[in-house]
Design a binder for this molecule. Structure first.
Ligand SMILES: Cc1cc2nc3c(=O)[nH]c(=O)nc-3n(C[C@H](O)[C@H](O)[C@H](O)COP(=O)(O)O)c2cc1C
Length: 270
């Protein structure tokens, strides 16, 4: 059975076994914990009920729900379940234009780590694959269907990963050109995990001084933990550095917490 709206969800509550096994105090504590994590779901998303059942929504007896004004709580539970159970659209953009590419390897590693922790549907875009048609288009109207589809994927992502190689102290101009064609309202409140690779540590601040301001323009939510790697972190285009692997794990951990599925406390390290 698939539930597509809160009203449909409410109808299912009539099947709840009573009495409610949660005491009022427990319900309140539960509500408090939910309040911290609830986010608005996107319209048109759906939820399969078995996941919701597992997490206690079924424990709300209808009689008690009336007495304790639990409609709001039920709605919050529903929305939490929605966020937890639907697959997140994660779009990863690797801003390298050469192959092999350390930026691509880093992007894939971040995606893989996220996939360990979140139910994601990932879409990887390599700038190199669309570089030429993208570069020759001066406006969105000039784009072919393939590149247009990639831009739309970026605009509709639940979470973006943007990774760039450092070119002349910044991200590549072609990557900026891509974002010049992105709708200026499309990324409002979209979480963005930033990553970059450079020849050395010297340009590590590219994340904070170049990429972050770009996404501030879009009013996107750049995640506090980004990932910067240097050529020394790779051997034969494989990540060999343990600190880099730890940084990728940390970045994914923090991103996961944003979607409200982490019960464990966050690591307090930078
Ligand atoms: C045109 C160009 C400019 C570069 N400029 C810088 C730079 O300013 N700072 C830096 O640390 N690395 C610089 N690099 C090195 C790349 O950032 C680094 O090798 C990166 O990992 C390449 O990513 P890729 O393997 O995905 O292509 C430059 C490389 C190229 C090709």
């Amino acid at each position: 059975m698939e539930i597509r709206s809160f009203t449909e969800y409410q109808k299912t509550l009539t099947t709840v076994p009573t009495p409610c096994p949660l005491l009022p105090g427990q319900l309140f504590a539960h509500q408090q914990s939910i309040n911290k994590t609830v986010r608005q779901p996107a319209h048109g998303t759906s939820l399969t009920t078995p996941d919701a059942r597992k997490h206690g929504t079924w424990e709300l007896g209808t009689a008690l729900a009336d007495a304790l004004s639990l409609t709001l709580l039920a709605e919050q539970l529903f929305e939490k379940e929605l966020i937890m159970s639907r697959t997140l659209k994660v779009v990863a953009l690797s801003g390298g234009t050469y192959r092999p590419s350390r930026t691509l390897v880093l992007t894939q590693a971040v995606l893989a780590e996220l996939a360990q922790q979140l139910p994601i549907e990932s879409h990887l875009i390599e700038l190199g694959d669309i570089a030429r048609p993208l570069g020759s288009a001066l406006s969105r109207a000039e784009l072919g269907a393939e590149v247009e589809a990639e831009l739309q994927a970026i605009e509709n992502a639940d979470l973006l990963i943007v990774a760039a190689p450092v070119y002349r102290g910044s991200y590549p101009g072609l990557l900026k050109h891509l974002f010049d064609l992105i709708d200026l309202n499309a990324l409002i409140d979209t979480p963005v995990l930033l990553a970059a690779t450079g020849g050395s540590e010297r340009h590590a601040l590219v994340l904070d001084h170049q990429l972050r301001p770009l996404f501030s323009f879009f009013q996107a939510l750049t995640l506090p933990i980004g990932v910067y790697a240097t050529e020394a972190d790779f051997a034969n285009y494989q990540i060999t550095s343990e600190p880099l692997k730890a940084r990728i794990r940390l970045a994914a951990d923090r991103a996961t917490a944003l979607f409200g599925v982490h019960a464990k406390p966050l690591l307090k390290i930078a």
